[in-house]
Ligand binder design. Structure first.
Ligand code: DHK
Length: 144
């Protein structure tokens, strides 16, 4: 696929990366992550962050038929949002669920993502560089 379009969506509190719990999330800001993704992009990308569940649902609905693939860090929504899970199922294309931290090694509140039911693949624990890994993996999926 030439010039694949990838949308990268970020959930609540990821706008505070760089200052929030750096021992878990590191010191990289979301703006730095976006610039890494833009530098690694092989086609158009959209990069969004919202603290509001409904906005994430709107962004997923807008991605349907437009984005060839979606990378999503649902953040705190990962563990309970049936609305976002449903929107992921409606989207219809490949989805990479991304977490900066290794959620599987965390406390009970941050361990069991319901989003994985709708994800094509899950990346967790690679830190902020996981976004660039996810973008490369998305291009691999789209070319397969
Ligand atoms: C980010 C969050 O905000 C948490 O709620 C998730 C995820 C983990 C991350 O590792 O990127 O549990």
């Amino acid at each position: 696929m030439s010039d694949p379009i990838v949308h990268i969506l970020n959930g609540p509190n990821l706008n505070t990366l760089g200052i929030r719990e750096p021992e878990i999330y590191g010191h990289t800001t979301l703006a730095q992550i976006e610039s890494w993704c833009r530098a690694a992009a092989r086609g158009p990308i959209e990069f969004h962050q919202s603290n509001h569940e409904g906005n994430i649902v709107d962004l997923l609905q807008a991605a349907r038929g437009v984005a060839d693939g979606v990378i999503i860090n649902p953040a705190g929504h990962s563990f309970y949002s049936v609305a976002i899970l449903d929107a992921l199922k409606i989207y219809g294309g490949p989805i990479i669920e991304l977490h900066i931290s290794n959620i599987h090694a965390r406390d009970a509140a941050h361990r069991n993502s319901i989003m994985s039911q709708a994800a094509t693949a899950v990346i967790a624990g690679l830190g902020a560089r996981g976004y660039v890994t996810a973008l490369g993996a998305m291009y691999d999926l789209l070319e397969a």
